[in-house]
Design a protein around this ligand. Structure first.
Ligand SMILES: [Zn+2]
Length: 80
């Protein structure tokens, strides 16, 4: 199903949540949340706030932190 938003579609909320967390691990300006699209009835990430409460959960914060560190280990390119 196509969507005029042209955003990547996630079939389930779990997939969208995982993608949101991964964007925080990988990108300096990550997505802030995900939403259920009224047009295509699937989930998209968005960089508009408010930040999803998932990102405040201690285990999620810790996972992002840990995975960022292991990424820095494999490509040390002056990233903080
Ligand atoms: Zn959509």
């Amino acid at each position: 199903m196509d969507c005029s938003s042209k955003k990547k579609q996630y079939y389930t909320e779990d997939e969208a949540a995982e993608a949101l967390i991964r964007s925080h691990i990988r990108f300096a300006r990550p997505a802030l949340s995900y939403y259920l699209c009224a047009e295509c009835a699937q989930f998209h990430l968005t960089s508009r706030g408010p930040q999803h409460p998932l990102l405040d959960q201690p285990e999620v914060v810790e996972r992002i932190h840990n995975e960022q560190q292991s990424q820095d280990w494999s490509h040390r390119l002056g990233r903080k």
